[in-house]
Design a protein around this ligand. Structure first.
Ligand code: FAD
Ligand code: NAP
Length: 533
């Protein structure tokens, strides 16, 4: 039977938009994209909370596949805010005439592999059933919002919002008492902005976090001209950088330097701001605890020097996990905001959150009446959006069952038992440990080449071989064991979602190593995959 399309792509964020362009316009395939939101942009469509901005520099937090696009789009600053990034992604959709193949406001609720494994039947929220030879998920690693189950929420008389499902019309905080739950990257970005608008902001913190100032600034004409002139070099360095950034390390091992030399490096990077503090300081910060402690201690001292109230400073100071073992935030005046009179910090470790009342939030010590609750409580990361669909492979195997004890993939690209299904930035790939457009483009290009190869060879079916998958899962775990990522209760490990298996999900071996491995696999005739006509 003829399929409706060659490929169905789920999601229209950075990944889905590029997949559509690559598969349709470069590969010549018929492609249909389904997107749950009523606009394109993914993360940047949904996360409209005040203060939302990227913390990869704009000129690398963007596509590299089109030199023309690169030259015609001008970023305003290093870390532009959400509306500008959303405008960029809309510009991409228009420029490459992508919209005609995207069905908006259409959620994929389930998909079933055909019996012969040569195709997929996809079911959407509008009740439609559509078939394609290949199914590509571009559903996002951080798109399934996590609203914690706190007893009493349904009784709350005020308004509550999750930052990852922010209303398009915005939220008016003027003259409002606001309770903000969560101090990850999102809470840290939103806190200063809400504090500046609301009458009172109470921040409910479970785990104190390390954060580095962004020091955002508009690009001068000279800076922008320099970026445009050197784009190919910048892109190459980003692709070659372990985490997808074009940075050079100050040194491989922190302890090879004297304390004074190290602190000079940290101070310079603190003043410069952004991810350089982690990725342009020392190469062993994420591997060696003693090396890491030199960076962690530096940040702790900064917190104490910024926050005037010593008790608040103590509560804001992380001591239970090494810097970088959770995804590090970048901020604009986060710690400074706690010096404002209208901001209060509640330490949920001292007084746990016990429930929500009609009036506000209740801890074991007190009730905090508020008009608005902001949940900056993150996402069911990496697997959430995939498992919220009913994906069924051969013989009805549910993805949820195949991943009962944590996700299992070959290269993060495929799961055994699910032929012709590709996952962009799936678990087991570098994904969230990398500046994401770099890793998204690599995945889309690999998938495009793979489908191109299959077409040229008259092949119709590709499936990960279970033994290759087992070996890859073991390799992912082994690499992670050599890092400090197990030292924190993070979403990388699924710890933020009650009952989720504790498994380190991304691949920590670095983008270049991973890219090389994917290229070798392809060159060896897609080693580890079974291809057939
Ligand atoms: P997304 O942008 O999440 O898009 C996935 C899309 O799939 C969504 O639109 C969703 O609605 C749709 N979808 C999901 N399930 C279904 C379904 N069943 N049916 C139909 N549609 C579905 N990364 C960085 O590298 N640098 C940064 O500075 C950075 N900043 C970030 C800031 C925020 C606030 C957040 C939350 C994340 C940030 N990230 C950052 C990570 C970010 O998610 C990626 O950079 C990137 O945007 C991911 O693109 P994507 O297309 O893979 O996924
Ligand atoms: P997050 O990092 O998971 O942080 C969620 C916060 O909510 C944590 O402080 C967590 O505490 C707290 N929390 C969760 N459940 C809670 C509960 N039941 N009670 C009390 N507190 C609770 O989520 P996020 O801040 O949205 O960030 C997620 C990821 O998105 C980031 O790590 C990053 O990759 C990406 N992001 C990027 C940017 C950017 O680059 N500009 C901005 C925002 C987000 P615990 O720490 O104790 O679990």
């Amino acid at each position: 039977m003829k399929n409706d399309f060659d490929v169905i792509v789920i999601g229209a964020g950075f990944a889905g938009l590029y997949a559509l362009y690559r598969l349709r316009d470069v590969q010549g395939l018929s492609v249909r994209v389904f997107e749950a939101g009523d606009g394109v942009g993914g993360t940047w469509y949904w996360n409209r909370y005040p203060g939302a901005r990227c913390d990869s520099e704009s000129f690398i937090y963007s596509y590299s596949f089109s030199r023309e696009l690169e030259q015609e789009w001008k970023w305003s600053s290093k870390y532009p805010e959400q509306p500008e990034i959303l405008r960029y992604l809309n510009h991409v959709a228009d420029r490459f005439d992508l919209r005609r193949d995207i069905a908006l406001s259409t959620r994929v609720v389930g998909a079933q592999a055909s019996e012969d494994g040569r195709g997929w039947s996809v079911e959407t929220s509008s009740g439609e059933r559509v078939t394609a030879q290949f199914l590509v998920t571009a559903v996002g690693c951080l798109s399934a919002a996590n609203v914690p189950k706190i007893p009493g929420l349904e009784k709350f008389q005020g308004r509550w919002v999750h930052t990852g499902q922010w209303p398009t019309e915005g939220v008016d905080f003027r003259a409002k008492r606001v309770g903000l739950v969560g101090t990850g990257s999102t809470g840290i970005q939103a806190t200063p902005r809400i504090a500046a608008e609301a009458s009172q902001l109470t921040v409910f913190q479970r785990t104190p976090n390390y954060t580095i100032p962004a020091r955002n600034a508009p690009f001068t004409a000279e800076q922008w001209a320099e970026i445009q002139a050197t784009y190919p070099e910048i892109r190459k360095r980003a692709r070659d950088g372990s985490a997808g950034f074009p940075f050079t390390l100050a040194g491989e091992r922190a302890l090879d330097f004297t304390e004074e030399e190290r602190n000079r490096v940290y101070e310079a990077l603190w003043q410069e701001g952004g991810f350089k503090f982690l990725y342009a300081s020392f190469g062993d910060i994420l591997r060696d605890k003693t090396a890491n402690e030199t960076a962690s201690a530096f940040i702790r001292a900064k917190i104490r020097s910024i926050v005037k109230n010593p008790d608040t400073a103590r509560r804001l100071t992380p001591t239970d996990h090494p810097y970088g073992s959770k995804r590090p935030p970048i901020d604009s005046d986060y710690f400074e905001t706690f010096n404002r009179e209208n901001v209060t910090l509640v330490d949920l470790r001292e007084t746990p959150l016990v429930g929500i009342t009609e009036k506000g939030l209740r801890t074991s010590a007190a009730e905090y009446p508020v008009d608005v609750i902001v949940f900056a409580t993150g996402f069911d990361a990496m697997t959430g959006a995939l498992l919220r669909m009913d994906l069924r492979g051969l013989r009805g195997l549910r993805l949820a069952d195949a991943w009962e004890f944590g996700p299992r993939t070959y290269l993060g690209l495929q799961t055994a038992g699910f032929p012709n299904l590709f996952t962009i930035t799936g678990p087991g790939s570098p994904s969230v440990l990398v500046n994401m457009p770099v890793t998204i483009e690599q995945h889309v290009d690999w998938i495009g080449d793979c489908i191109g190869h299959m077409r040229s060879q008259g092949l119709a079916r590709i499936e990960a071989i279970p033994e290759a998958q087992d070996a890859w899962v073991e390799h992912v775990n082994e690499v992670a064991r050599g890092t400090l990522f197990y030292e924190a209760k993070s979403w990388y490990l699924g710890c933020n979602i009650p009952g989720k298996p504790e498994v380190f999900m991304p691949y920590a071996g670095g983008q270049p190593t991973y890219r090389k491995r994917c290229d070798e696999v392809a060159r060896a005739g897609y080693e580890g995959f079974r291809l057939s006509a």
